[in-house]
Design a protein around this ligand. Structure first.
Ligand SMILES: Cc1cc2nc3c(=O)[nH]c(=O)nc-3n(C[C@H](O)[C@H](O)[C@H](O)COP(=O)(O)O)c2cc1C
Ligand SMILES: CCCCCCC(=O)C(=O)O
Length: 379
């Protein structure tokens, strides 16, 4: 199918269509969560538990979806989540995602584990409002310093440190399929280093089980503590966001340690199974952060109404993960653009139906949990 012929109504339609195109290994890697996939399922289910209460008689002839993040205006409160190995989906991989996000006015977060080199990805997205670099912290701190400073020089605007992955979660699909990076692809940010050849062998290894889990156990630092944040500030001027926070106390400690933003996330249900759905964890974390820094959330965002719920419950911005990969699989750059256009349109219409001409109008009173009473309900 030519890339530009892609049509769909909503983001929920895309996964089964992408499954028909991807290899079993690639689909398994993208789609799966850890262990019983309880958290994976709950991420989407949590959004469906909450109801929205619209306000009436408000002029919504104009609806403004824009927000400001790190002093930059973005088209709507959405970021593309960091996701590894996008060339498994489409030969243009991260370049296509970067171009599409830029064209839609939406920032992308580029993964350390990209299959296109980070400076090239940044160049492809130069027309966009900004880009962030997601950092995995390797045991070799010299390499971490090199990577972060290279990202800063290449024009990234923030560092997102992933703190929920001292080891990779137990992803049974990857173990069953013996997931390996195909020989024609590389983790391009890791080449050119003394360590690279050895790391690469693990990712491509013919051993049984998941090649990426082996790589992680060898090279990612499981001894990370809060003092890493001041160290990171000492080697870069970029703002630092922490990704993977689920506990209010950790959010508070992160801000005290110097974090400039908190991302509420369970890594798309791929790390600790039975961790809470991100949306359920959000209100407590927003309260603990108390507007000191922006609070972002990801996991299961699939509809414009999901964005409204997350914002009304305390988030400043949401991140979208897997639907981007499905769009990339189905249509490359135009597939990702279509995903972002679709969610933007849904957000705009839902804001109008909620009586919210701008993002500031969204508030906690507009969302009802099953355990809340409807306003002034008489039972
Ligand atoms: C295939 C895949 C690869 C991912 N790679 C990374 C990564 O390299 N770094 C990271 O911090 N998170 C990674 N994530 C987690 C996402 O950034 C995000 O937290 C999650 O996918 C959001 O949930 P959603 O997919 O339900 O929207 C990955 C997720 C997927 C599905
Ligand atoms: C050796 C590559 C590991 C990539 C892990 C990326 C990730 O965070 C994921 O959830 O998958």
């Amino acid at each position: 199918m030519p890339d530009s012929d892609l049509t769909f109504q909503n983001l929920e339609e895309l996964k089964p269509r992408a499954e028909k195109i991807l290899s079993r290994q690639a689909f398994g890697y993208y789609a799966s969560g850890s262990e019983s996939e309880s958290t994976l399922r709950d991420n989407e289910a949590s959004f469906k538990r909450y109801r929205l209460v619209p306000r009436l008689m408000v002029d919504v002839s104009k609806v403004d979806t824009t927000v400001t993040l790190l002093g930059r205006k973005i088209a709507c409160p959405v970021l593309v989540a960091p996701m590894a190995m996008q060339r498994l989906a489409h030969s243009d991989g991260e370049l296509a995602t970067s171009r599409a996000a830029a064209a839609e006015g939406i920032p992308m977060v580029q993964s350390t584990m990209g299959t296109v080199e980070l400076a090239e990805v940044r160049r492809a997205g130069k027309a966009g409002p900004m880009m962030m670099f997601q950092l995995y912290v390797f045991k070799e701190r010299g390499f971490v310093k090199q990577l972060v400073q290279h990202a800063e020089k290449s024009g990234y605007n923030a560092i997102v440190v992933t703190v929920d992955a001292p080891f990779l979660g137990k992803r049974e699909a990857d173990e069953r399929e013996g997931f390996k990076l195909p020989d024609h692809l590389r983790l391009e940010n890791l080449t050119g280093l003394a360590e690279a050849a050895r790391m690469e062998r693990k990712v491509h290894s013919k051993n049984k089980g998941s090649g990426i889990a082996l790589h992680f156990a060898d090279h990612i630092d499981p001894s990370l503590t809060w003092d890493f944040i001041p160290w990171l500030h000492s080697i870069t001027r970029l703002p630092i966001f922490l990704k993977g926070v689920l506990c209010p106390e950790d959010a508070h400690m992160g801000v005290e340690a110097g974090a400039d933003g908190i991302i509420v996330s369970n890594h798309g249900g791929r790390q600790l199974d039975y961790a809470p759905a991100s949306l359920d964890a959000l209100p407590g974390i927003a309260a603990a952060v108390g507007k000191r820094v922006p609070v972002l959330v990801d996991g299961g965002v699939r509809r414009g109404t999901d964005i409204i719920k997350a914002l009304a419950m305390g988030a400043d911005v949401v991140l979208i993960g897997r639907p981007i990969l499905w769009g990339l699989t189905l249509g490359g750059e135009s597939g990702v653009r279509k995903v972002l256009e679709t969610i933007k349109k849904e957000l705009r219409l839902s804001m109008a139906l909620m009586g919210c001409p701008s993002i500031e109008h969204l508030g906690r009173g507009m969302v009802i949990a099953p355990w809340d009473q409807y306003p002034n309900a008489r039972l």
